[in-house]
Ligand binder design. Sequence first.
Ligand code: ADP
Ligand code: 5GP
Length: 185
Amino acid sequence: MRNVLIVLSGPSGVGKGTIAKLLTERNENLFLSISCTTRKMREGERDGKEYFFITKEKFLQKIENNGFLEYSSHFDNFYGTPKQFVHEKLEGGDVLLEIDVNGGLEVKKNYPSAILLMVVPPSIEEVRRRLISRNTETVEQIENRLSRMEYELSKKELYDYTVINDDLLTAVAEIEDIIKKEKSR
Ligand code: ADP
Ligand code: 5GP
């Protein structure tokens, strides 16, 4: 069975982080890649756990050094996938990237064998409810994230799989089936 690179994308608030956490807890051979970001740390987050939190200067330097598999800027911040980290992890198992659609499509260009998986919500209203209940952004930031949702979803056809995150455990089981199938190809 081959080790696979899986990209998990979808609108902010759809549940990507929650799904990724469960997937890595349930599958010991699956590593979640840690991205670099210039955004502020949220309460409860730790440097080197959810993200490597770095300054904009450091981020730009890493771009110069060709240190990212892909990167993009949104919500006024930079986000990028560290190249070396992913390569090292792929030697030991499967790797999951939780990144936006532009990043996912960029990864596919460089790694055609990567599996692109789009998580979609049962409804737009449900995402609003989830973002409000997560309580990590201001109302303005939530509206900003919701306004990007249409764009993210418009790229659905370019992704290999779409999974609806209505019931969490059903979505996780569905993704596990996809990974199993892809690994044995
Ligand atoms: P994302 O990483 O896509 O921005 P999160 O994983 O942070 O989204 O999820 C946003 C909020 O929705 C969190 O409060 C999370 O607990 C909740 N959530 C995730 N999946 C579900 C689900 N299937 N049903 C209900 N709430 C969910
Ligand atoms: P958040 O600020 O909520 O953690 O993430 C905001 C968005 O950035 C999400 O859509 C997330 O998938 C995306 N993201 C996180 N890391 C990366 C990355 O390394 N590259 C890209 N392109 N997007 C990322």
